[in-house]
Design a protein around this ligand. Structure first.
Ligand code: NAD
Ligand code: UD1
Length: 356
């Protein structure tokens, strides 16, 4: 790519967070010009500073809430965006059960406001952070995009509600191009060890918990259940490296750009992308115990663990059918479980207290 070549400008909501910060790097490397919009409710300015250092260029950052329509209007009025990657949202399942209104207000209410402002400025391309959680407990594996959707907690319901809103919007107005990327279990960190997942308090998710046991911050991992009908009785998930996931967003944007430009040429056949859900996973499952063992193998650290009861709401196995991402986006995850462990560990030892 020529040095000065810049692709379209993209607004990245939630770009200071775990997935957003990694995606900003991938977007920059792919030639996209980006602006990050985040209220820092679950992230820090330091993440933005580090992304700027890694890409060798100061990132344009706007501190703001997606529910602040006036600020969003100012941002859209002063930029020419091709589209939006929409990561902004709250994501803690347990907290969502205790504070459902907060989750519906922030995630669903915030997305509606964002879509309304996008419509006002005729920016109609969006890549939305959905989740494999929308599949609930699947009937068959691997899970493809046509599987039934069913959620049991307010966090999952908020993702599902947003998917329904996007679907309805695409039906009502065929000029929208809306991709919902359904992430499986993103883990790992940037290979530099400079950015990674920085959970508040005691982690709920497996990989940050393992890393904190390994570094001595937590004493012992509780493995929730060893009586599932899986390879070793522990839960099976489709863990995907965050860097691969970030590349999936670049592939989704490239796809939207291609579709839109080819539709402009074939005006007679004008058809937008509409609503397009796509799984982002590796297509394979790894059990909790297998991940713990891989982590020990890669890092040389023993992870002390105990088996406890199953966690309420957990399912036995979950992994993606990835054909749609392969065929439509030309994207496939490349990094291994070993890479995920190595990079999570590098981030953890270089930043034992996260960004603080
Ligand atoms: P994260 O919490 O690290 O990042 C989300 C970012 O959004 C944070 O920086 C937060 O400050 C910001 N934010 C939240 N509400 C906002 C608001 N109202 N206005 C502006 N900014 C706001 O989470 P993440 O892991 O990077 O996840 C990003 C998205 O992907 C979320 O929508 C999440 O639900 C979804 N997702 C994540 C996972 C995962 O395992 N991490 C899996 C499936 C889906
Ligand atoms: C969880 C959320 C899901 C969300 C995803 C990413 C639940 C029920 N689901 O998925 O909605 O999209 O995170 O944020 O919370 N495990 C342990 N011990 C631990 C932690 C986890 O054994 O301390 C096990 C779990 O039982 C599971 C696996 O590890 O089998 C993965 O758990 P986790 O990392 O929390 O992800 P999910 O539950 O798959």
């Amino acid at each position: 790519m020529p040095e000065n070549f810049m692709k379209n400008k993209i607004l990245v909501t939630g770009g200071a967070g775990y997935l957003g910060s990694h995606t900003c790097i991938a977007l920059h490397e792919a030639g996209y010009d980006i602006a990050v919009y985040d209220n820092l409710s679950n992230s820090s300015r330091e993440a933005i500073n580090r992304v700027s250092t890694l890409i060798g260029q100061k990132i344009e950052f706007i501190e703001g809430d997606i529910r602040d329509a006036e600020l969003l209007r100012q941002v859209f009025a002063s930029h020419e965006f091709f589209g939006v990657i929409h990561f902004a949202g709250l994501k803690a399942v347990g907290e969502s059960v205790v504070k459902p209104l907060l989750y519906y207000n922030n995630n669903v209410g915030g997305t509606i406001i964002l879509l309304e402002v996008m419509a006002e400025y005729d920016v109609k391309s969006l890549v939305f952070s959905s989740s494999a959680t929308v599949y609930g407990d699947p009937d068959t594996l691997p899970i493809d995009e046509s599987s039934k959707r069913f959620c049991t907690n307010p966090y999952g319901q908020s993702k599902l509600a947003i998917e329904y809103i996007l679907e309805d919007l695409a039906k009502a107005d065929n000029s929208w191009n809306l991709i919902a990327l359904r992430y499986f279990n993103p883990i790992g960190a940037h290979s530099s060890g400079q950015i990674g997942e920085d959970p508040n308090g005691i982690p709920n998710n497996l990989m940050p918990y393992i890393s904190q046991v390994a570094v001595g911050k937590l004493e012992k991992l509780s493995i929730f259940g060893n009586d599932y009908p899986t390879v070793d009785g522990t839960g099976v998930r489709d863990f995907i490296h965050v860097t691969d996931l970030a590349q999936g967003h670049v592939a989704a944007l490239d796809y939207l750009e291609q579709q839109i430009s080819s539709n402009k040429i074939n005006i007679s056949k004008k058809k937008s992308v509409g609503f397009l859900p796509i799984n982002l996973g590796t297509g394979g499952g790894t059990s909790v115990l297998e991940l713990v063992n891989a982590f020990t193998e890669v890092t040389g650290r023993d992870i002390s663990y105990q088996f406890t009861d199953r966690r309420l709401g957990d399912i036995a196995s979950c992994y993606a059918d990835i054909d749609k991402a392969k065929f439509l986006l030309g994207w496939k995850a490349k990094l291994s479980i070993h890479d995920m462990c190595q990079d999570s560990w590098r981030w953890q030892i270089l930043n034992p207290n996260g960004y603080d």
